[in-house]
Design a protein around this ligand. Structure first.
Ligand code: AVJ
Ligand code: FE
Length: 444
């Protein structure tokens, strides 16, 4: 096999190792629905195999369906998550046997396929990138399910990322001068349709937080009565607040003056130097208003993450084009938590923003909409059916996102009320004339 094919095979194996680790539990845990927001874990497991069968075996390999009768059960659009436990889905033993059977044939297809074929599914291994990224996204979903289950001992805690640099967390901002940049990509071989095409956008100058909002700053918002003050909440946010009676991020509890959080079945004091996670868009939006700021637009986020004004190009990652390493980002479940604020000075973007990649997904102020010139590929149900004003964009990936699914242009989206995902945020504000980069004390 060519080096490229070897790399694809290794990435397929890495994704499968994660799925295996997250479903290495007794059957009861795998078939239970831990929240109406999530599927039973055994559904995710067979669904990734079925997706591989549909795209690699049938579309590219031309192989006769292995189990056509189950396709319908694993079609996410036929059955909403809440209904999945009542379906006659494969049990854990059968699901594992099915996905192993598919995977063996996928490796045979990889062996024989021509990755230079102009067919867009074959060219540069696109279809393999599709299934690798799909499995890793479901692996992250499985982690969210395991967190919701509240059961201890199932998720590897991992090595703690290096401690923070000691610089003041959360307080300062970096300036992004007015000017054009290129948003999206035409060149990343495994980019999704929603990241395409690259297009020029001209933005006014703005400030963006150097770091994500931390637990200390977020606790200050709570202690200042943030959840009881309607001034900070958008109308939908206020409705969400009254319906849910939320008082803190999901999984936080209070004991006297101390905040605790439950993380994968264990309760621990909230580490005040970590980025806040498990907040919904409404909470992020309210915090920003309380702080006299706003959420960055998606374009502002992407420009701050990757635009290298000197070179006149966008980087694949904030620090350049080198793949993420231990010194640049907390990704791929290296530890089951976000890293302390300031842990990755070497991962800074050209404008000086840090921890944009990894740690926590960052809510933006934008709805999930197509880039100008969007063409659905290879199927409408990946992105296109979600465009509109029901889903807000999240960027940057979390500690649970694999490097294969993280880059400057990668787009995620969810409903504004969702917070079982590993979501946080950072704030921004428009530059006004008297806050030019020259006169401001935090200028970089
Ligand atoms: C891009 C994370 C919103 O999980 O719903 C998985 C990814 N698409 N299977 C999701 C996805 C099809 C998607 N998100
Ligand atoms: Fe899926």
């Amino acid at each position: 096999m060519s080096d490229f094919k070897e790399r694809i095979a290794a990435e397929l194996t890495a994704a499968r190792d994660r799925s295996t680790a997250y479903t290495d539990a007794e059957d009861d845990l795998l078939v239970t629905q831990h929240s109406p927001l999530m599927s039973p874990l055994v559904w995710d497991l067979a669904h990734v195999g079925n997706y591989e069968e549909l795209w690699v075996l049938r579309q590219v390999g031309g192989i006769t369906p292995l189990r056509p009768e189950i396709d319908e059960l694993y079609d996410a659009f036929k059955h909403p998550r809440a209904d999945r436990p009542s379906l006659p889905i494969l049990g854990p033993v059968e699901a594992r046997r099915y996905i192993e059977g598919v995977r063996g044939r996928v490796l045979d297809v990889l062996d024989t396929v021509d990755l230079h074929d102009p067919d867009p599914l074959r060219r540069q291994g696109f279809v393999f990138g599709l299934v690798i990224q799909h499995e890793h996204q479901h692996d992250e979903t499985m982690l969210a399910t395991l967190q919701l289950s509240g059961r201890p001992g199932l998720v590897r805690d991992g090595d703690l990322p290096p401690g923070g640099s000691g610089r003041a967390p959360g307080a300062d901002e970096v300036f992004v001068p007015a000017g054009p940049f290129m948003m999206g990509t035409d060149t990343h071989p495994w980019a999704y349709d929603n990241e395409r095409p690259a297009h020029r956008l001209d933005l006014p100058g703005y400030w963006i937080d150097r770091l994500p909002v931390g637990n200390r700053a977020y606790a200050d918002f709570i202690e200042d009565g943030g959840y009881d003050d309607p001034r900070w909440w958008a109308p939908d946010g206020l409705r969400w607040l009254r319906r849910t009676r939320a008082f803190a991020p999901l999984f936080w509890t209070r004991d006297g003056d101390t905040w605790w959080r439950t993380r994968f079945g264990r309760t621990e004091p909230v580490p005040m130097d970590e980025p806040v996670q498990h907040v919904c868009w409404y909470e992020a939006d309210a915090y920003a208003r309380w702080a006299g700021r706003r959420l960055p637009t998606e374009a502002e986020w992407e420009k701050a993450c990757g635009w290298d004004a000197e070179a006149g190009r966008s980087r694949t990652y904030p620090w350049g084009d080198d793949t993420p390493g231990p010194g640049t980002a907390n990704l791929g479940h290296r530890a089951a938590r976000p890293a302390p604020l300031g842990a990755f000075p070497a991962g800074a973007s050209p404008c000086g923003a840090e921890q944009m990649i990894g740690d926590v997904w960052e809510w933006t102020g934008s709805w999930f909409l197509p880039h100008p010139g969007f063409h659905s590929f290879p199927y409408r149900e990946y992105s296109e059916v979600f465009f509109g004003s029901q889903y807000r964009v999240l960027r940057g990936g979390s500690w649970a996102s694999d490097p294969a699914v993280v880059r400057t242009t990668f787009r995620n989206w969810d409903r504004p009320a969702r917070r079982q995902i590993f979501s946080g945020f950072r704030c921004a504000r428009s530059a006004s004339p008297e806050q030019s980069p020259v006169s401001a004390k935090h200028s970089t």
